[in-house]
Design a binder for this molecule. Sequence first.
Ligand SMILES: Cc1cc2nc3c(=O)[nH]c(=O)nc-3n(C[C@H](O)[C@H](O)[C@H](O)COP(=O)(O)OP(=O)(O)OC[C@H]3O[C@@H](n4cnc5c(N)ncnc54)[C@H](O)[C@@H]3O)c2cc1C
Length: 377
Amino acid sequence: MSPRDYDVTVIGGGLHGLSAALHLARAGRRVVVLEKSWVGRHASGATAAGVRTLGRDLAEVPVSLEAMEMWHRIGGIVDGDCGFHAHGQIRVAEFEEQMPALLQRAETMRKLGYQHEEIIDRAELQRLVPALSKHCFGALIVRTDGAADPHKTLAAFRRSCEAAGVTIIEGCGVEVIERRGANWLVRCSGERCFSAPVVVNAAGAWAGKLASLFGDEIELGYKASMMIATERLEPLLEPVVSVVGRALSFKQAGQGTLVIGGGLQGSADLDAQRSFVNFTELAKGARAATDLFPAVRDVRIARSWAGMEAKTRDLVPVVGPSPNAPGVFHAFGFSGHGFQLVPVVGAIICDLVVKGGTSRQISGFKPERLMASRQAA
Ligand SMILES: Cc1cc2nc3c(=O)[nH]c(=O)nc-3n(C[C@H](O)[C@H](O)[C@H](O)COP(=O)(O)OP(=O)(O)OC[C@H]3O[C@@H](n4cnc5c(N)ncnc54)[C@H](O)[C@@H]3O)c2cc1C
């Protein structure tokens, strides 16, 4: 392989790697995506695929809103509709004493000039989600949020990448990185070797390990979020529902299965690339689901799983140039809510590579914020 064959090496074939590759290829760059297992093997294939601006950290709100605008025209960005539907996302307060926190959030957003988060009362909540237990008091809603289908999304991004000329190589785990002149020489298992002046680190749960190969010691944990999918039901609800004080996210997929998550944690072995369901914890999610939706008490669970991804201390991602390695850009640490950001983060990485900067607000995503404490230690 000639060292000049590619302009950009993307490490990681999850949705963020694919999105970066797609935007870069459309900007005229020759891009190779190197994926250790197969496209979508980890978080991007395990995700609940909620498309949520609701309740975002303030540092994420501007890019999350732009991402949402992109989701509403996703069929014009990639080859497929990604199964996206904008039926809204609702954060429910079961009890009156939980409302002040939601009111405070709505007020904070309004003062910052954002109008998308809206308080609704019990009557509107019941109108929107008749299956919800009648004891629920009120909610915060973003009516234009929604959810997508993770597998349709992966397929659409992959097809679009390939149509734009991106080379995707699966079963190619990056093990060694060396500087060769102006290029980064990237060696995979099986002695395969790739060279390019630019590297995008989109290696998900393993991105911290990759970053350290470039001299960036970034403090990073991981999540092993669990999900439940049930047997198929008749239509029960359209919006995605989460609940204050409970680890519950509840929605119905297009084919009728209930998809229940909300951040309950299993465990993971990063070296073995495996994650494990903790059934005792998972039972809490099932209990929360039946408390909030009494009609699902006798519904059968068809499948449960856990998926791994990197988690930062502040739960805000790392998106930006490496402070130590020229031509290296990081995009990871999405901390359980990176699916919604996929279309815009690819565009941001493209800006950084092609224009050397971006007008989008990413100052809160700098890798340096997670490096200082280690350097000081
Ligand atoms: C159960 C679950 C539910 C979720 N629900 C939501 C949700 O409702 N809404 C939302 O917005 N987000 C959600 N998320 C988060 C979202 O799915 C992730 O933020 C997003 O998919 C991360 O994509 P990624 O490309 O960064 O990572 P990944 O999809 O994990 O991709 C990283 C890839 O890098 C590869 N890799 C690692 N090391 C190497 C190496 N050395 N060489 C080559 N390749 C390597 C891995 O094999 C992997 O395929 C959820 C996540 C999980 C796990």
